[in-house]
Ligand binder design. Structure first.
Ligand code: NAD
Ligand code: COI
Length: 334
């Protein structure tokens, strides 16, 4: 049995070596390149493919894998919004993801972004850089005075709720599916409108679908409290960046913590040396603001997460090749 892996980084190699050592019956080959129509040929002779990227998986790349007789694709991450399910179904692929490699990694990151906004850390950092050791005017806010609206109470949203409750915040939540634990605590509101109306901070933890693309738009922002903070550690396309910039300009939005951005692949993963060199005008606009904190889709990036992403994705791919049905098969027929 042979598995070919795409987009393997140096930080993943120790976990990959451990997995290989534990599975001497599996031949593993890999490349640092992501899966494209060109790199797809590298998988020739393999039974399955393990991959991770934030750019789209193109039909052309999948067609090459199909021609090579490969049927099994295992992504090392949670979100599969960069696949077109029609392509996967037409070409008869089975897809697995890693649904719970570490919800804590992302939830902690979201709450840290909130905390940095509440305590005005970027402004304090700038003052420190200028040798300004005074207090005013960078007065902060406390979590216990905040109502935090959590959109999406899946694996990540629920850990975020626990952490926020530890800080003493009042949490409300919205989800199309009601989790029994969150329901028991009486945290759900009936609509997004209600969540927008009540929240001082809104944090997004839902997958991206065609139906919720740009859910945070002019209309949604108009329903929010003045000075609201918006946190997005889910997918960039959930927020209409033009509407966000407008809201920040008017002061309707008090700040934003963004681990993901619309069109992030034009900027993330590269070194621009200065914010002035960022080639995407909207992202450059956001990056220049002291009340906007951007991180490069790194919420997931912890040692624990990386280890679990490698182990589960390779386990799943091996299981598929052996004709088993691991629990983390993505339902692409929905
Ligand atoms: P999950 O599937 O466990 O939970 C998602 C929740 O969203 C579910 O409870 C679902 O019912 C709910 N939901 C779906 N559509 C909704 C809608 N329109 N309105 C309200 N609720 C809706 O997923 P998760 O593990 O919590 O991850 C959430 C998302 O976080 C992923 O889909 C992915 O896009 C993103 N993510 C980001 C990073 C990162 O590094 N920034 C890492 C992992 C995951
Ligand atoms: C995910 O797991 O869905 C992420 O967003 C992490 C990223 C490495 C793709």
């Amino acid at each position: 049995m042979k598995i070919f892996a795409y987009g393997i980084r140096e930080d993943e190699q120790p976990s990959l070596k451990k997995w290989q050592a534990a599975h001497p019956d599996v031949e593993v080959a890999f490349t640092e390149y992501t899966l494209t129509a060109d790199s797809a040929r590298l998988a020739e002779g393999s039974n399955g493919v393990v991959t991770l990227q934030t750019s789209p998986y193109t039909r052309e790349a999948l067609e090459v894998l199909h021609q090579l007789g490969i049927k099994y694709i295992s992504i090392r991450n949670v979100g599969f919004d960069n696949f077109d399910f029609k392509d996967l179904n037409d070409l008869d692929f089975t897809l697995t993801n890693v649904p719970v490699y570490s919800p804590n990694a992302i939830a902690e990151h979201a709450v840290i972004l909130m905390g940095r906004l509440l305590r005005r850390v970027p402004e304090f950092d700038q003052k420190m850089d200028n040798g300004d050791f005074t207090w005013s005017p960078t007065i902060g806010k406390e979590y216990r005075e905040q109502t935090v609206g959590v959109v999406g109470t899946g694996h990540i949203g629920r850990v975020a709720i626990q952490i926020l409750q530890g800080f003493g915040a009042k949490v409300i939540a919205y989800d199309v599916y009601h989790n029994p634990d969150i329901e028991k605590q009486g945290l759900y509101v009936d609509s997004l409108e209600e969540l927008y109306k009540q929240s001082d901070i809104i944090t997004l933890h839902v997958p991206l679908f065609d139906s919720n693309k740009y859910m945070i738009n002019d209309d949604a922002i108009a329903q929010m409290k003045d000075g609201v903070y918006i946190i997005n550690c889910a997918r960039g396309e959930l927020i209409d960046t033009d509407a966000l910039i407008k809201g920040l300009d008017s002061g309707k939005i008090g700040g934003a913590g963004l681990d993901v951005l619309d069109d992030e692949n034009s900027v993330f993963g590269k070194v621009w040396s200065s914010v002035d060199n960022i080639p995407n005008e909207k992202i450059r606009n956001l990056a220049k603001r002291l009340n906007v904190i951007i991180t490069p889709h790194s919420a997931f990036y912890t040692e624990t997460a990386i280890h679990n992403m490698i182990t589960t994705s390779f386990d799943s791919n091996k299981a598929l090749i052996e004709g088993k049905k691991p629990q983390n098969i993505v339902d692409t027929r929905k």
